[in-house]
Design a binder for this molecule. Structure first.
Ligand code: FMN
Length: 331
């Protein structure tokens, strides 16, 4: 699929997820078949002042040939300058504009979902960024601010007018946060209305959900790509399973041994990027995600949440291996 001048490898994406979609997790997802991952949102203000720990957020591993960097901010000139810095140093395939973050600290600066109330500003931001860099600019929006102000068709049109090469819709309102169900018909309505690709985000918790979304819609109203967010946390193999379904094969059962190997790699890269102490404390929440739905997970979670060193995690992974072997889950 073409996104401006960029030709994507496929249509299975990892969403921008703060605290999760860093270099280590994106790399593990790339191994599992993710076609394009988005970094978590990075502050344009902090970037332009040199205040971001950019290496951890924006660095990437060799197995991730390209990625999309997401920026947040509310000033067109600052967003354009941040795009220039990012394009020059990290050479992303896409730069995405966050127009959906509901966190009050972000919203009160006029960024994130606050932009949904100012479609004209979205157009100006995208336009300034598009003029500043040759990289395709995309936007990620929500349905609207709340139920009384559903305006995704308008905000998306404003973004495209400013030069956006694609639009991701998280089919919830700002007021919904991450609760309630995503309004899936909105994906198809938006795809029909726009002449640029539409990426779908919201409630992608299974391979079947992704396959269904990609196969639905009228001729002129197809979703161009799906974006996994919470559904990929601790389960990068959702990419592997979705690809199998899209190719008409059975959904493969992922062996416990493969999950454990991927989790070990996730930790190893995190340690290299953040240093042992920080990575190990941070990885506790990641370990809990990895154990989601794992038989015997409660006991393993108890071990994981007190791990503080690589050696302690070594024992945790061994306990996980033993538990899966005992339960006959090694295949
Ligand atoms: C913990 C968390 C952090 C998120 N961080 C970002 C972010 O940095 N930028 C962004 O555009 N969306 C962010 N999102 C939204 C997701 O990208 C996605 O649109 C949303 O979770 C809906 O998909 P899902 O229902 O399949 O999880 C975040 C979501 C969660 C749960």
């Amino acid at each position: 699929m073409r996104v401006g001048s960029y030709l994507t490898r496929g249509n299975l994406f990892l969403a921008p997820v703060a605290g999760y979609s860093d270099a280590a997790f994106r790399s593990v997802c790339a191994d599992a078949g993710c076609d394009l991952a988005f970094t978590e949102m990075v502050s344009s203000e902090a970037l332009t002042r040199g205040h971001v720990k950019t290496e951890a957020l924006l660095g990437r591993e060799d197995n991730e040939p390209d990625y999309a960097v997401q920026l947040f901010g509310s000033h067109p000139e600052v967003m354009a300058r941040a795009a220039e810095l990012v394009a020059a140093r990290w050479k992303p395939a896409i730069i995405d504009v966050n127009c959906g973050c509901p966190v009050p600290k972000i919203v009160k600066t006029g960024a994130g979902s606050a932009l949904l109330r100012e479609p004209g500003r979205i157009r100006d931001i995208v336009s300034a960024m598009s003029r500043a860099v040759p990289v395709p600019i995309t936007v990620k929006i929500r349905l609207g601010w709340d139920d009384e102000s559903i305006n995704y068709l308008e905000t998306a049109a404003a973004a495209v007018e400013g030069g956006a090469a694609a639009v991701t819709l998280h089919a919830r309102t700002r007021a919904q946060g991450y609760a309630g169900t995503a309004e899936r018909q909105a994906f198809f309505r938006l795809a029909e209305a726009l002449n640029v690709p539409v990426f779908a985000s919201g409630d992608l918790f299974s391979a079947a959900a992704a396959r269904d979304l990609l196969s639905e819609g009228t001729e002129g109203g197809k979703i161009a790509a799906v974006m996994f967010a919470r559904g990929a946390m601790g389960d990068p193999f959702i990419f592997t399973r979705t690809r199998a379904l899209l190719e008409g094969a059975e959904e493969p059962v992922i062996r416990a041994a493969d999950r454990i190997a991927a989790a070990r790699r996730h930790l190893a890269i995190s340690i290299r990027v953040y240093g042992e102490r920080t990575a190990c404390v941070e990885f506790r929440k990641q370990a809990c995600s990895w154990l989601k739905g794992t038989p015997g997970g409660a006991e393993l979670r108890r071990i994981a949440v007190s791990c503080a060193t690589a050696t302690e995690y070594g024992r945790f992974f061994e306990a996980w291996e033993r538990s899966s072997t005992q339960r006959g889950l090694e295949h």
